[in-house]
Design a protein around this ligand. Sequence first.
Ligand code: HEC
Length: 125
Amino acid sequence: MKSPQFVAPLLLSAVMFAAPAQAEGDAAAGQKTFAQCRTCHSVDAGKNGLGPSLHGIVGRKAASTEGFKTYSPAMQNSGITWTEENLKKYIADPKGFVPGNRMVFVGLKKPEDVDNVIAYLKTAK
Ligand code: HEC
């Protein structure tokens, strides 16, 4: 029998290795975080609110959501395509990435929240 003092650290390291180093976001967690966006955005096609529908946003050009009439000139002229990389920067710091845009949102501060929301948005297509 090994002494408990010896077994405990082994168990601890087993747990640490079992937790996967999550590089990709978690869509289920992202759906919860998206609650912060839902007041203005839906992920349903054609359902625009205060903000444009984010249906199929990943890979699309900025300011190209059908039927959304109130894009700012800043967003219209940004020339951005919403790659994951650009979404990451925008969601973390909307005003910093697209100065003058109309999205009244300070940005998600936790990188894992940003990754999770993007993973969720990828499912909305
Ligand atoms: C207070 C309302 C509001 C909240 C909250 C909000 N947005 Fe927005 N969002 C907007 C508006 C308005 C625009 C259009 C901005 C513009 O044209 O300048 C926009 C634009 C966007 C765009 C670009 C869309 C396009 O068609 O180019 C993305 C992506 C986006 N928001 C993601 C998010 C995410 C993700 C969250 C939550 C973490 C969020 N937004 C929270 C109002 C909001």
